[in-house]
Structures are given as C-alpha cells and as structure tokens.
Ligand binder design. Structure first.
Ligand SMILES: *Cc1c(COP(=O)(O)O)cnc(C)c1O
Length: 424
C-alpha cells in the first residue's frame, strides 16, 4: 500500500503496469486462465500461490479495481459483485446463517430493506429495524444473544439521514459484533467509514463510483480490523469442510472475512461482475474525486436556491445549515455529502408532477447519482401503490421530489428549475 492521497489513488491505485505493458488497465475478456502443470493449479486452489483460474472467483481486470477500491476505503481487501444488492447480501450471509439475528437502521435503501425484511427472513435470518437516531442505549436494547452484526447507511438513500458511525461502531464492538456500512452515497471521497470504526463497507458502484450510469455493480471492502476469533463466528474460526478444512482466521489473518466471501460465497452464488463492467467502473473511479466535488457544490447551490423560493414548501439536504443532520454531516463528511436532495413543491401531488413534467434539462429517471441531473416523483412511481396517508407515514409525502443534481453548469440547472416552477 502506498502513501498517496485519495485523489491520486483514484487514478493510480490497483494497476501497476510493468515494462512494456499496456498503460491502461486491459479488459481480460477470458473466463479461464492457462497453466503448465496440474500441480500449479492445485496450489492456486489451496491459496498457497496467487493467480487466476476462473473468472467467477477472480479476473485480472476485476482484481485491479478491487485493489483500487480497497485503497480508497483504507481496507485490506475488496471483492466486486454484479450489483449493490449482491454485495449487501454476501456481506451479511458471510457471517449470518439460519437462526441468527441482525440489527439495522430503518433509514436504508428500499432494496436493502426488502432483502433484510423479506428474503433473508425466509432464510431464517431475523432483523430488528431501529430508528437511525437511536441512542447507545436504544441500539443496545435491540441486541439479542444471536445478533451477528449491525447494518447502517452513511447517508441514507433516499431519506438523506446521516448516521452517527462512531456511536453504532461502539455499541457493535461492545457486543463483539461488526458494523457493516453502506457507503454508496457518500463515497470514500467524502467519508471513509473505516476511520470511524466501521468493519465492513459495502457499495452499490452503480451510483457515483461508476458515475455515468453505464454499469451495474457492487463491492464489499474488509477493514481487516475485526477479530473474528471471539467465538461468535464459527464460520470463520472453525474448519470449512466445503473448502478442504480451511480455517479462515488462521490461514488468512486480517483478510479472513474477504477471502471467505470469495472462495465460499462467490464460488457458490456466482454473482460476479464482468471484466467489461469492471473496466467501466475503473474509468468512473478515475474521476470520482473531481465529480463528487462538483456534485456537492451544485447540490448545495440548488438546495439554497430552492430554500429561498416561495413555491417550495421544504428542502432536505444535510449540507444546509437548517438541516437536522448538518453538524453530523460536517463531522463525518466535511468536504460535502452527495448530489441528491429532496424537496416539497407547494400544492402537493399534482403540482409536483406538473413541475417535473415541465423540466427540460433534468430528466425523469429512476436512477440517481450519475453525471446528469435527474428527478423522480416517488409518489407516482416507486411508491405508487401507497395511499397519501401511507406515503406520509413512509416519509415520502405526495409532494416530495427527489433530485439527483448532476455536474452540468449550475446556472443551467437552476434556470431549468426556475422555468419549470414558472409553469405551476
Ligand atoms: C442503489 C443502491 C443499492 C443497490 O444497488 P444496485 O447496484 O442497484 O443493486 C444499495 N444501496 C444503496 C444506498 C443504493 O443507492
């Protein structure tokens, strides 16, 4: 690991070509790799020698991107997955099985919420959701004998709640369990959760890391800091009969968690990214530091402009001094939060829809966190099955517009909003 700053690592980390090799990370479009002897391949399987044998487990293009992301987050290793959903699923399943329990902040991405509350429940893994602003005591009260982890989001999508990472890490560690954090919205440019005590970091790389809305992906980063041999995690500290009796904590030291995720779960579940997607992700990462800066300054300018406009009922952006999470955001994300804001248009549902349909530059899309400014009206799209009362209960009122502020010229973005507001 080098001592370069994060901006330099966005560009340089992970791939170091030798004399005469391609300057740019190549796409290794090959499922398989050739060796001269069976003995050599045996050593690869035993993990005594490093190398590639099958792209489901590892591929040189993907490997370089994993090394880059591990450097950006400050972890000992990373594993890319085919999507953010796959990353969260594998990160949890790596240390939980039927009969186990986990505690999660209620302010998380809807897909993750379903994964925990519905699909993992069917597998016998129970979840308790707690309010994101819970005190130490309230977090502690959710703990059970069989609780194996705590799950939170740095900056919740779409609620934009900022989590007190140190508080959650402290309670998790007091109970001998790790803190897993979804750092998708903040990205390692704005927050490096491992520095505040998080043990495992997951991302949907489909958002800012890719940044151009071209490739779905996810990643799991292992801090290497958690002690898995405390008796609570036999899957890591006793022999894995499915992998010739390997004891991960003994054979892999600080990388036990991330090695197990790969050789056991990626082997069995197969949610691997393609080399081509990894190449595109790498291109995105090369400019992540520049783009985040612009996303944040544009979003703050839009949020301030909206806050001063009398057709707007309210604005939610943790970068605003009026925001409930302003001070927490300043502590954990001093450089800025993200480009996503939400706000209410006076007049409710119909006015919000009229406003959005009148936008010309900002497009209506379901995705967030890419270079182009976009908007979504949850009440008539992602949450359309809910009544107005249910919408308010879910924290996404009928007047709520979610805007993902892009990196276009700020004057053009604001002019577009201004002309659309003039239509209502
Ligand atoms: C989008 C998203 C996910 C899911 O990622 P996919 O790549 O769409 O599977 C998980 N967490 C957060 C915070 C997200 O925004």
């Amino acid at each position: 690991m080098n001592n370069y700053s994060i901006e330099t690592n966005c560009i340089q980390a992970g791939y170091e070509p030798k004399n005469g090799e391609p300057r740019v990370l190549p796409i290794y479009q090959s499922t398989t790799f050739k060796y001269d002897s069976s003995e050599h391949v045996g050593k690869l399987f035993d993990l005594v020698e490093e190398g590639f044998f099958y792209t489901r487990l590892a591929n040189p293009t993907v490997d370089s991107v994993e090394k880059k992301i591990a450097a950006l987050e400050g972890g000992v290793g990373a594993m890319c997955t085919s999507s953010g959903q796959a990353a969260s699923f594998i990160a949890i399943l790596n240390i939980c099985s039927a009969g186990d329990h986990l505690v999660s902040s209620a302010a998380i991405y809807g897909g993750t919420s379903n994964l925990l509350a519905v699909t993992m429940k069917k597998m016998g893994i129970e979840v308790t959701f707690i309010q994101p602003d819970s005190t130490e005591e309230e977090i502690q009260n959710a703990m059970k004998e069989n609780t194996k982890l705590v799950f939170v989001e740095t900056l919740a999508n779409p609620a934009l709640v900022v989590i007190d990472i140190e508080r959650y890490a402290k309670v998790a560690h007091n109970n001998g369990i790790p803190l897993i954090i979804d750092n998708t919205f903040a990205t390692p440019i704005n927050c490096r959760p491992i520095e505040f005590g998080a043990d495992i970091v997951v991302h949907s790389t489909s958002k800012y890391m890719d940044g151009h809305a071209v490739a779905l992906g996810g990643v799991i980063v292992d801090s290497g800091n958690f002690d898995w041999s405390n008796g609570k995690f036999p899957g890591l500290s006793t022999p894995d009969e499915s992998y010739h009796g390997m004891i991960y904590t003994e054979a892999c030291g600080r990388s036990a968690y991330i090695v197990k995720a790969r050789v056991q779960l990626m082997r069995d579940l197969g949610s691997a990214p393609t080399a081509n997607s990894a190449f595109l992700l790498n291109l995105g990462l090369e400019t992540l530091h520049l783009r985040m800066e612009r996303h944040c300054s544009n979003a703050l300018a839009v949020a301030k402009w909206l806050e001063a406009n009398d057709k707007i009922a309210w604005v939610n952006y943790p970068g605003l001094e009026s925001n409930k999470y302003y001070h927490l955001a300043k502590k954990y994300m001093p450089k800025g939060t993200c480009g996503v804001i939400s706000f209410g248009v006076k007049g409710g549902r119909d006015t919000a829809v009229k406003f959005m349909d009148s936008l010309k530059l900002a497009a209506i899309v379901v995705h967030v966190a890419d270079a182009r400014t976009s908007v979504l009206h949850p009440a008539s799209t992602t949450h359309r099955q809910l009544s107005d009362e249910q919408l308010i209960e879910a924290g996404v009122g009928p007047d709520l517009v979610r805007m993902s502020v892009g990196i276009e010229n700020i004057n053009d973005i604001i002019s577009d909003i201004e002309q659309a507001l003039a239509q209502i």
